[in-house]
Design a binder for this molecule. Structure first.
Ligand code: PNS
Length: 167
């Protein structure tokens, strides 16, 4: 990849990846030469899935998207990740007003810190009700999450519900 090429970062916890994430990353991949999917995590917190499993699930979910690179970053500022990746933009999806209110100050702070721009893509209404936390809650009580997450994620969540000790 040359310096002329356009690269963006799609950051998130991805704990776990949902169809909403897959939609935004796939659309970003059509706009940029390369998408760095950055799994940002706090090393002091385990999360539901460990980072290795989040990466594995992302890899399976994005297998058909050619220009995607998945990387994990512990305890790092997003602007430093963007600088290191040589990314000109951060791409995020917005499901609605609540997301916008949450994302706007972060976009402004990131631009203040390094000049990096944030590009917002309107969320696909099919996925407007999906979040990683809601998916985990529904799955924990035996609800059907088919179609809301990639099949590998659905299987991993069902396996955890059936065998909580194994996770
Ligand atoms: O999937 P999430 O949990 O909504 O992702 C939030 C994330 C990881 C993108 C955000 O918390 C973040 O950018 N963290 C990195 C630390 C950082 O740069 N914080 C300052 C943001 S202005």
């Amino acid at each position: 990849m040359t310096s002329q090429q356009r690269r963006c970062v799609c950051p998130g916890s991805y704990d776990p990846v949902t169809m909403g994430h897959v939609d935004v990353i796939s659309r970003a991949s059509a706009l940029y030469d390369e998408v760095v999917v950055a799994v940002l995590h706090n090393p002091a917190k385990r999360g539901t899935f460990g980072v290795d499993e989040r990466m594995k699930l992302l890899g399976a979910a994005l297998a058909a998207v050619p220009n995607v690179r998945i990387e994990a970053f512990a305890g790092r500022l997003l602007v430093d990740v963007c600088r290191e990746a040589g990314a000109q933009a951060i791409v995020k999806g917005l499901r609605g007003d609540t997301d916008f209110a949450y994302e706007l100050p972060m976009a402004q702070m990131n631009r203040h810190l390094s000049g990096v721009e944030t590009v917002f893509l309107p969320g696909d209404p099919r996925f407007g009700h999906i979040s990683s936390s809601l998916i985990k809650e529904v799955a924990a009580f035996g609800g059907d999450i088919t179609g809301l997450v990639p099949e590998e994620v659905r299987a991993a969540l069902v396996a955890r519900v059936q065998n909580p000790e194994g996770s």
